[in-house]
Structures are given as C-alpha cells and as structure tokens.
Design a protein around this ligand. Structure first.
Ligand SMILES: NC(=O)c1ccc[n+]([C@@H]2O[C@H](COP(=O)([O-])OP(=O)(O)OC[C@H]3O[C@@H](n4cnc5c(N)ncnc54)[C@H](OP(=O)(O)O)[C@@H]3O)[C@@H](O)[C@H]2O)c1
Length: 322
C-alpha cells in the first residue's frame, strides 16, 4: 500500500483510505456489523491506515466499530472524525451564522462524545462536517478547536466541504487554520480541480477525496433496474431515471478505459489519485471483496494524460443531495 503525506501534518497515510459512513447503518441500509468489521479489518491488514468516520454516522455507531477495529489491529491507524452541524443541516446554507451550526460548546461536546465512542484519548483529525467561508470571521468554533488541541484531545483539524461546492472553501484552505479538506471529487464532479485543489497544494493542506464512486454510481454496478433496501438514501439519490443515466455513462466509461483499469470502480479511484493534490481517496467498502479490490489498486500508477483528457467529457453537474 502506497502512502502519501497528509499536507503539513506530516502524517503518512495510505492512498486508499476507508470511508466509514456506510457501516454506521443509518442512511445506508443493510450493513451487518460482523460483515462491516470483517471488511474493515481486512482493509487494515492490507495496509489501509486512514479511516474517515463521523459522530453522525449511525449516531456514533460507525465510530464505535472503527474504535473496535483499530484497537484490535493494534497498529498506527490515523482516524478522522467529524463534528456534526448543530442545526442538523447538510449542506450548510448560505446566510446561516456559524453560531447556529458550530457554537463552541457544541464542538467541545461532540469531540468528547467521539472520544468516548472511539474509546481513545486523542483524535488524530477532527473535521467540521460542513463549511462556509463566511464563517472564518467568527472565532467561537476556532477557540473551541484550539482548546481541544491544547488539551491534547485533538491533533489536527480539518473541514468537510459542502457537496459540489468547492468554491465555498477556498478561503478556508488558504487561511492557515485547517490542516485538511475533505471534498467530493470524482469523474462526475471534477470541479475541485479548478481552484480548491490548487489552493490545497499551495498551502500544503491534505486532501481527502470523498464519494469517489458517486455513492455507487461510478462502480458500474448500478443498472436501470437496480433496487436499494427500503429506507436507504440511494432511493432518493438515484431516483427517477438517474439509474438509467448513470448506467449509460458507466457503459461509455467502460468502453473508454482500455487497459488502464479493469473495472469502472478502479478507473474512478485512479482518477482521484491521479491528481497530485489528493492525499487519499476514501471509498465506502462494507464488504471484504470491495476492500480487497480497492486496496489492490494502490501501485503508484496514474491514469495517462490522454485518458484524463477524455474523462473531462464525463463531468456531470448536478446535486443529487439537494
Ligand atoms: N459530508 C461529508 O463529510 C461526507 C459525505 C459523504 C461521504 N463522506 C465520506 O466519504 C466516504 C465515501 O463515500 P460513500 O461511502 O458515501 O460512497 P462511495 O465511496 O462513493 O461509494 C460507496 C459504494 O461503492 C461500493 N464500492 C466500493 N468499492 C467498490 C468496488 N471496488 N467495486 C464495486 N463497488 C464498490 C460500496 O459497496 P459496499 O459498501 O457494499 O462494499 C458502496 O456501495 C464515506 O464513507 C464517508 O467517510 C463524507
């Protein structure tokens, strides 16, 4: 497993990370804890040393599973988690003051809960789960994060950028206040490459490429007649004719990728890792098979410039979350 430096933190983390939203079992239905733990353990055994979770994922359940797997593994695993927005609004809305979203006492309380769920005394990377650049001017959240760092409860701090809105975080990554940025970056949404990723490179900010597989859309496994479990958020995300649209696009991707990738999922992960600003890509993988397939692609090979140019035609501006 290849590692990359997480920006100015200096941490060396695996270029394939583990996205732990799905195993929380709240929005992704059908996760079984024993299967999730097996997949997580397998990923760690294969060299994955970075896990992204959040207090909001299954109300702490994902953190509990992550804490358990990390303790059992016993190695040096870097765990990132997140403070949820107090107003429970994803993505953050324009005009809503940060005092309603991340008041200082909420940041502190969430961190304490995460420490407990993870059963640890220090969080490697604590991220704000939503972000808007206009919040930089206020300092309540900042004082709370700095106090947690001073107390030794948090090593590094980061943001999770609003869905499909990388322009709302360029000032944050240039501010010197954060060590990392987590952003949706995939073949369908390459817009972070316009300004956010160059700013991260310039300011030595680590980048976590999230939703690299478009919630499954970029795996090639979603077909016009795919069915998701009742209550699963993908029923909305892939509502109407979106499954057919996704299928049509992934079939074209499959025809294009030639010998550079064996599956659409591999192509999608390699796309993220082909950008020099990206530190790690964090696919969700609740099954051993996906953990193994994804860990196997870390070999340092990037997609060719010619293929990357062809992929530009697959940019697909839309916000299925909205
Ligand atoms: N606001 C935020 O901060 C935010 C929002 C969303 C996500 N995230 C983070 O980003 C992570 C990744 O996003 P995500 O989990 O939502 O979606 P994703 O990684 O884009 O897609 C996950 C889906 O792809 C499947 N998959 C993974 N590898 C595969 C492979 N090699 N072949 C076929 N299918 C494969 C998974 O299957 P199985 O799970 O069944 O194995 C799962 O159904 C999250 O887990 C979370 O850590 C953060």
């Amino acid at each position: 497993m290849k590692k990359r430096r997480l920006g100015r933190t200096g941490l060396q983390i695996s270029e394939i990370g583990y996205g732990a939203w799905g195993i929380g079992g709240s929005e992704w239905m059908g996760a079984q804890d024993d299967e999730s733990l097996r997949a997580l353990r397998r990923a760690l055994d294969l060299g994955v040393n970075f896990i992204d979770t959040a207090l909001a994922y299954g109300r702490g359940h994902s953190e509990e599973l992550v804490g358990r797997a990390v303790r059992e593994h016993g190695g040096e695993i870097v765990v990132a988690t997140k403070v949820f927005p107090k107003n429970l609004t994803w993505p953050a809305r324009e005009g809503v003051p940060v005092s309603e979203v991340f008041p200082a006492e909420h940041v502190t309380r969430c961190c304490e809960k995460s420490l407990k769920n993870l059963a640890t005394d220090r969080i490697d990377l604590l991220q704000l789960h939503v972000w808007r650049d206009e919040w930089l001017a206020e300092d309540g959240w900042r004082n709370a994060l700095q106090a947690l760092q001073a107390a030794g409860k948090v090593r590094f701090v980061g943001i999770s950028v609003n869905d499909h809105a990388p322009q709302t975080a360029v000032k944050a990554v240039s501010s010197g206040l954060f060590d990392s940025a987590q952003v949706i970056y995939n073949i369908f949404d390459p817009t972070p490459a316009d300004a956010l990723l160059p700013a991260c490179l310039k300011h030595d900010i680590g980048v976590l490429a999230r939703v690299p597989l478009d919630e499954g859309g970029l795996t090639g496994m979603i077909r016009p007649d795919s069915v998701f479990p009742e209550g699963d958020f993908r029923n909305d995300y892939f509502a109407g004719d979106r499954r057919a649209q996704v299928f049509e696009r992934t079939e074209r991707l499959r025809a294009l990728m030639g010998s550079e990738a064996e599956t659409v999922a591999e192509l999608a992960l390699r796309f993220c890792l082909s950008h020099e600003a990206v530190t790690t890509v964090i696919p969700g993988m609740r099954r051993i098979a996906t953990a193994e397939a994804n860990a196997a692609i870390s070999d340092g090979r990037r997609l060719s410039p010619a293929l990357l140019e062809k992929l530009e035609a697959f940019a697909w501006p839309r916000n299925f979350y909205a």
